[in-house]
Design a protein around this ligand. Structure first.
Ligand code: ATP
Ligand code: MG
Length: 452
């Protein structure tokens, strides 16, 4: 019962700063899943001939406030805005589309219209952090700008569907589809919604009371039980669709059916942002709790005009990489990178040879790592533990001339096909002028002497 506790380890002089709330350091299997999402996106967007673009992470605040609409949650509550040293109001991008539209106008990308663009990277929203919801998160994003035909909507949705399938997560993810109509349809629906909700205004959530006059469509999107009571019986868009809007939606659904993409109609699905017209969609799962929307998008024919450009129809989607990666992680996909050959160096004299052999193997596409550190007897175990398919042990017999090595190949799993590694090693030895005592090349098992 003495007080030695007080005399334990001294406090470090400098406290380590903590990461910012809502940000993540991604490593290990999560980082592999993240990379798999990005690589799959990059591969598939090339198949559809979407071109890569990189945009700045920050923009003038007006880029987002004007295009997203002042009444959206993103603009009114979630933006990271600040004044820079020159007194200009800047904002860390909360989404990609507005910045892409700005770039389209300021760079004269109209000349490429219709322009199929793809990008990915970090976004920032001041939200309440929880599983699947962060303050810095990442999206993959695809847009077709300058295309007013329903075929563009279909192409984007078919691409999204292919990405989910190639990620191995399409089971249990459903495409929910709606139309918000053209401008006249949307206006008529909006007016009907205001009438309907005004009658029960006092019983709605505070947020929805505020949305009522400015952005009544958003009430349909509310998760508050006080609002949900009324959303089921609210007027639906179908009653207000113009013939043109109906025809447009019919072509989108017919295209999806032709491509074999399953969809369900979701009449209360509206997108949070003001600039959407016609098609609106989300890919939704029940496997991520409250954060069930993995991909969302739609047609935003009004956006480019809101940024001072000419009327330019466009459609796009974005998907949260973290949410996709969580589904990939749960799906049991093996994401360990291939590891073909571990070179275990058993004598210091063989180190140079290991450097040469590993460099040659890697340049021919054989995944290789060198084990030359730590206790000699533990190097083999470490290589085995790291999951190499083949372990190559290198020795330089002390009595031998410097150009002679003993090499032994071991399989870590009898079922593996080692021909790739064995052929690559034989080729390297031959190319470097070594001859082995086995004229037909190397076999797995015994020590082999190689010399010049
Ligand atoms: P939610 O309803 O979940 O807030 P949202 O409608 O705000 O989503 P979008 O702006 O359409 O989302 O963004 C597209 C996708 O980006 C979402 O479907 C989701 O996968 C992802 N996403 C959005 N916000 C976050 C966040 N804060 N953290 C992680 N992922 C996010
Ligand atoms: Mg949101």
């Amino acid at each position: 019962m003495s007080s030695d506790k007080n005399t334990s380890a001294p406090k470090p002089a400098t406290a380590t700063p903590q990461a910012i709330r809502g940000t993540q350091d991604i490593f290990g299997p999560d980082a592999e899943a993240f990379a798999f999402v990005v690589e799959t996106f990059e591969r598939v967007r090339r198949l559809y001939r979407f071109r890569r673009a990189e945009m700045p992470v920050f923009e003038k605040t007006a880029v987002f406030s004007r295009s997203l609409g002042e009444t959206t949650d993103v603009v009114s509550k979630e933006m990271y805005s600040f004044e820079d040293r020159g007194g200009e109001s800047l904002t860390l991008r909360p989404e990609f589309t507005a910045g892409i539209a700005r770039a389209y106008l300021t760079n004269g990308w109209q000349q490429h219209a219709p322009l199929k663009l793809a990008t990915h990277g970090p976004l920032f929203r001041y939200e309440r952090p929880q599983k699947g919801r962060y303050r810095q998160f990442h999206q993959i994003d695809a847009e077709i700008i300058g295309a007013g035909e329903p075929q563009a909507d279909v192409e984007l949705l078919v691409m999204a569907d292919q990405i989910l399938r190639e990620l191995g997560i399409s089971d249990g993810v459903t495409l929910q589809l709606n139309t918000l109509g053209d401008a006249p349809s949307r206006e008529a629906w909006r007016a009907a919604l205001i009438d309907y909700f005004r009658a029960v205004k006092g019983e709605l959530s505070e947020d929805s009371q505020e949305r009522l006059e400015k952005n009544p469509l958003r009430i349909l999107d509310s998760k508050d039980p006080r609002d949900k009571v009324f959303t089921a019986d609210a007027p639906m868009i179908d009653a207000f669709l113009s013939d043109e809007a109906q025809e447009f939606f019919g072509k989108v659904t017919a295209g999806l059916d032709a491509a074999g993409v399953a969809w369900t109609r979701a009449q209360t699905l509206v997108r949070g942002l003001d600039y959407y017209r016609h098609t609106a969609f989300e890919f939704v799962t029940d496997r991520l709790g409250a954060q069930g929307t993995v991909l969302g998008g739609g047609r935003y024919d009004g956006l480019i005009e809101a940024l001072g450009g000419p009327h330019t129809p466009a459609v796009g989607w974005a998907a949260g990489i973290e949410r996709l990666a969580m589904l990939v992680g749960d799906s049991g996909t093996n994401l360990s990178p291939p590891f073909d050959v571990a070179l275990v160096v058993e004598s210091a004299e063989a180190e140079g040879f290991a450097t040469l052999l590993s460099a040659r193997l890697r340049s021919t596409g054989v995944t290789t790592d060198v084990y030359a550190r730590g206790k000699r007897q533990r190097r083999f175990d470490k290589a085995k533990g790291d999951g190499a398919e083949m372990i190559v042990t290198l020795q330089s017999p002390t009595s031998a001339p410097a150009s002679t090595f003993a090499i032994k190949l071991a399989a870590t799993n009898a079922e593996l096909d080692l021909s790739k590694g064995v052929c690559a090693i034989s080729d390297v030895l031959a190319a470097e002028g070594y001859s082995s005592d086995l004229p037909d090349g190397i076999v797995v098992g015994p020590w082999i002497t190689v010399s010049k």
